[in-house]
Design a protein around this ligand. Structure first.
Ligand SMILES: [Zn+2]
Ligand SMILES: [Zn+2]
Length: 478
């Protein structure tokens, strides 16, 4: 029994781990690398294994840095099932198609240039047809349901509270008289966040793969974050500009709309026109509503009453490119929520081009910005950015609201880890699981590892790219 780390090692994107048990091979996540050009080039590199040799895939959640290479895996010969939560399957059906569309568009653009240079055209990473084909492999599970996916491999998904359908993956493994429990945290939500439940607590593991996105940080409290948002909106209202909010289409967008509904009066939102300028986010919002049984009690009550997210009289859903382009002519009074969340693509780039050079405009960053992305450049205070070969001065005010994170912060990560023991061991004084940190940048991982060592006496291992670790196991006792 072993596990090899093939992505999200010392970085937050490209989640992908290969589990081998009794000759069976299961891939945990198959995510896209995101960030700068170098990161994205890795998406085109061949998989470091033969996709046809895999028996199954388990997908923690629908975010593209976890699911985005699945169509490619299938295109290259994977024929088995992809196990994931029902809601993740629904989300993937729109997200993978959207990712494919972006690949197709990008390649089209590159190919026009290549053609002029007399070069051979490139192929998109995968097409919408590939994405659609991939969906046939998906098998949806409910939280808590135990399924024997292969001989000796039992799977259970638990609510990770990160986005709709997000799961903590628990695998009970047996091989030659020994057993092991492998828990993969997936992306863990921040307790107390809106709409979804808090991450469920897992009791036992022999090995635990723990995400570490915010391993070095504590999020601002919800109250402070809401006050900050209120402040930014007040400030923006005093000027004559627009407010741009780059937001992940799945998760953050629904949370923002939910808050806009809740604080419509307090935040003076009646004086704005709010645009949800993302066909993907509009579709994803529909999927959230379809699965409102997964909401926490407060959100459930709100949606049971309204049956839509939320009642915003001035919310405009802009679906077509023409509707989106029309926003370029609005110079003030618009709040534009658009993707992509890290400004690496999508309609937000167009809005940045038309707004970021204007002093009266505001950009509100409400999500994680990976190293190498345009969003990260803005957060880091870039004076100029490049968009479609054009240099654009950054004069707009950039506000970073860290408290909106969909990821657990250092305290939430350590609190979640604290009670977990090796199966059969008592909570008090019992043996701790082997902890392996994934899905975090090196500094976050270093700080989290030091913190866990000092506070809990566990010695986390930081996964390195390509590294393979044996799974700790126990003799089967029953
Ligand atoms: Zn995620
Ligand atoms: Zn992630």
């Amino acid at each position: 029994m072993d596990i090899q780390f093939l992505g999200a090692t010392g970085e937050v994107t490209g989640s992908c781990h290969l589990l081998t048990v009794g000759g069976r091979r299961v891939l945990l996540d198959c995510g896209l690398f995101q960030g700068g050009r170098e990161d994205e080039a890795r998406n085109l590199a061949p998989f470091p294994f033969d996709p046809a040799s895999l028996d199954a895939v388990v997908l923690s959640h629908a975010h593209i840095d976890h699911s985005g290479r699945l169509p490619l895996l299938i295109k290259h010969g994977f024929k088995g099932p992809v196990y994931t939560h029902h809601a993740s399957r629904d989300l993937c059906s729109v997200m993978l198609r959207d990712a494919a569309f972006i690949h197709e568009k990008e390649v089209e653009w590159v190919n026009r240039k290549r053609e002029r240079k007399g070069l051979k055209p490139l192929e998109p990473v995968y097409t919408r047809a590939d994405a659609q084909r991939a969906m046939r492999s998906f098998e949806g599970l409910a939280y808590g349901e135990v399924q024997e996916i292969l001989p000796g491999i039992q799977l259970r998904l638990c609510d990770a509270g990160h986005i709709l359908g997000s799961a903590i993956v628990e695998l009970r493994l047996r091989e030659r008289g020994r057993e092991s429990v492998l828990v993969f945290s997936g992306d863990l939500g921040q307790p107390g966040a809106d709409i979804l439940h808090d991450p469920s607590q897992v009791a036992a593991a022999d090995m635990l793969l723990l995400e570490s996105t915010y391993g070095d940080r504590l999020h601002r409290s919800r109250e402070d974050t809401l006050a900050e948002m209120h402040e930014v909106l007040d400030l923006a209202l005093g000027g004559r500009g627009n407010v741009l909010i780059p937001a992940f289409a799945v998760g953050r967008t629904q949370e923002l709309l939910h808050l806009f509904g809740e604080f419509f009066k307090q935040w003076g939102l009646a004086r704005w026109q709010i645009f949800l300028d993302s066909p993907l986010a509009i579709e994803a919002t529909g999927i959230y509503l379809k699965h409102s049984e997964l909401f926490d009690a407060k959100a459930r009550a709100m949606f049971a009453r309204d049956r839509k997210i939320p009642v915003l009289p001035n919310l405009h859903l802009t679906r077509t490119p023409a509707q989106s382009m029309a926003l370029n002519r609005i110079h003030s009074g618009a709040i534009i929520i658009a993707g992509s969340g890290m400004c690496t693509g999508g309609r937000i780039k167009q809005h940045l081009k038309h707004n970021v050079w204007r002093r009266d405009c505001h950009v509100v960053i409400v999500g994680y910005q990976a190293h190498g992305t345009l969003g990260r450049q803005l957060v880091d205070g870039a004076r100029y950015i490049r968009l479609w070969g054009e240099t654009i001065q950054v004069n707009a005010r950039i506000h970073t609201l860290g408290g909106f994170s969909a990821h657990a912060d250092q305290r939430a990560l350590t609190d979640w880890l604290e009670p977990i023991r090796v199966p059969g061991e008592p909570v008090r004084g019992g043996q701790r699981p082997q902890v392996v940190l994934v899905h975090g940048e090196p500094e976050a991982q270093r700080v989290l590892a030091a913190h866990l060592r000092a506070r809990q006496g566990v010695e986390p291992h930081i996964a390195a790219r390509g590294e393979c670790l044996p799974l700790p196991s126990r003799p089967i006792t029953h």
